[in-house]
Design a binder for this molecule. Structure first.
Ligand SMILES: C[S@@+](CC[C@H](N)C(=O)[O-])C[C@H]1O[C@@H](n2cnc3c(N)ncnc32)[C@H](O)[C@@H]1O
Length: 241
């Protein structure tokens, strides 16, 4: 999979997407990233890509021409043209299922917004898919672009060490992940449950499934009912075993 990101801060991406799992995905040839400086399409010698809003108001607005021209140029740099995503607090809410959907694509082109907003004609002309990573406002679309890239790339087959690693993670199958333990067996009186040390794989699977259900029911009942999030009980230890 190839992911192109267009931003006014292209230098922000390599330190994050060039490490850890994202680095390994690139080394294995399973992911390729390309970061583009929107200012290269500013069309002026000051490399300015923003301007004052018509109608007044605080802040600056990203101009339409640089974004449209950058997207057209970047899409033409490789095949296929790619699914076009605009990061926006007003977009479709990003989730594990959206990540899975995007992981099936051969190429994504993500535009990171900045300033107070983006000229509405970007939406009219390019008709991008708008994605929000949550109900809060960030300074720019760089972090959302990295969140999307990371969540998507780790779902590309072969990126995770064990192929079924992702299948048991939180949100897969509508459940949160079960509690995990490693050595020591006893830490300040908190012991690793005996069933996990017994070597009976069927019992371990049953125990983990039950723990996932209990944790989800307690913290995120909306995942089980398909209702809107936020109705979960306060966080605390999961009862029962
Ligand atoms: C300061 S924000 C603009 C917010 C805008 N004034 C509003 O009220 O919706 C600048 C850019 O950051 C990105 N951004 C901020 N919060 C985001 C979020 N929750 N999800 C996705 N992108 C976000 C978008 O690209 C946005 O254009």
């Amino acid at each position: 999979m190839r992911i192109d990101i267009i931003s006014i801060f292209p230098g922000m991406f390599a330190p994050v997407l060039g490490e850890s799992m994202m680095r390994r995905a690139q080394d294995k040839g399973l992911a390729e990233f390309a970061f583009h400086d929107l200012r290269d399409w500013s069309g002026n010698r000051h490399r300015k890509v923003d301007d004052r809003p018509y109608g007044g108001g605080p802040g600056m607005v990203m101009r339409v021409e640089p974004i449209v021209e950058a997207v057209r140029a970047v899409r033409g740099m490789a095949e296929p043209a790619g699914r076009l995503i605009l990061t926006s607090p007003a977009g479709r809410r990003f989730s594990q299922s959206v990540a899975r959907e995007l992981a099936a694509e051969k190429r994504l082109v993500i535009v990171a917004g900045h300033y107070e907003g983006i000229d509405e004609r970007v939406r009219m002309v390019l008709e991008p898919e708008e994605i929000s990573i949550g109900d809060y406002v960030l300074t720019g679309g760089e972090l959302p672009a990295m969140v999307i890239a990371d969540a998507v790339v780790r779902l590309v087959p072969g990126v995770l060490g064990a192929e079924d690693g992702a299948a048991e993670e939180s949100f897969e199958g509508g459940l949160l992940e079960f509690p995990q333990y490693t050595r020591p067996v006893d830490y300040e009186g908190h012991r690793v449950p005996a069933v996990l040390r017994g070597g009976d794989h069927a019992k371990v699977a049953q125990y983990r499934r039950r723990q996932s259900e209990l944790r989800t029911a307690e913290r995120r009942p909306d995942l089980m009912t398909g209702a809107a999030p936020g109705g979960g009980a306060p966080r605390g230890p999961v009862g029962g075993a």
